[in-house]
Design a protein around this ligand. Structure first.
Ligand SMILES: [Zn+2]
Length: 103
């Protein structure tokens, strides 16, 4: 993948995250999850985050599930890892601020 393609992929995924976060039909709740694995509990109208897990990657992960419901768990995990690797610290900070507004 060329740098331009990587940049486009990052922007596409990033925009998808924000679309989900700005969707008034979706709610985000902080809840302790029974199992150790965050992310298996998503209902597309409700995103559950555990205070025991990294909030930013988990939120990105759940946004990917909501934005691309047909994606497999593996594809979502790769997209989450890709975003965490490529998005700037400043963008993550903005993302976290928005996330906190939901909680
Ligand atoms: Zn998942």
């Amino acid at each position: 993948m060329t740098p331009t393609e990587l940049g486009q992929k990052k922007r596409r995924l990033w925009r998808a995250c924000w679309r989900v976060m700005n969707d008034p039909t979706k709610s985000v709740k902080l809840a302790r999850l029974a199992r150790g694995v965050a992310g298996e509990y998503v209902a597309y109208s409700e995103i559950l985050l555990s205070p025991d897990h990294d909030l930013i990657p988990t939120m990105m992960h759940e946004c990917m599930h909501a934005a691309y419901p047909h994606w497999s768990e593996t594809t979502v995990r790769r997209a989450e890892a890709f975003l965490m690797r490529t998005v700037s610290l400043r963008s993550k900070r903005i993302f976290l601020k928005r996330l906190v507004e939901f909680l």
